[in-house]
Design a binder for this molecule. Structure first.
Ligand SMILES: [Zn+2]
Length: 111
């Protein structure tokens, strides 16, 4: 059994009594929390070229198998230009993806 608790704002009686003030969308200089709209997120999913992380994930997903031998042992090839975290290790997903290599037949290709 999980110890996770689900917070449901509409079921909180204290929250229902005091309705929240309407949120104004301001520039990036504000300290207010940023609101992400669902429609904007769906647009990014449908157009991965707008979001480099989505494009990277799509490339990794589309190149899971080798086009030469159709096996699944594919290694993504990345440049050594990723961000380094505080412990000196590269942040996963921050390096530039330049291609793929099959670990079975050594075939290489670009995304
Ligand atoms: Zn292969």
């Amino acid at each position: 059994m999980s110890d996770l608790k689900v917070y449901w704002p509409e079921s909180d009686p204290a929250r229902q009594e005091s309705s929240p003030a309407p949120v104004e969308v301001t520039g990036e200089t504000s300290d207010e929390p940023e609101i992400y709209y669902f429609s904007e997120w769906v647009r990014k999913l449908n157009r991965p070229d707008l979001d480099p992380l989505a494009l990277r994930a799509r490339n990794l997903s589309l190149n899971r198998t080798c086009p030469g031998c159709s096996r699944a042992g594919v290694l993504p090839l990345m440049l050594n230009d990723g961000r380094i975290d505080g412990s000196g290790r590269m942040v996963p997903g921050s390096a530039t993806l330049v291609g793929f290599r099959c670990e079975q037949c050594s075939h290489e290709w670009q995304p």
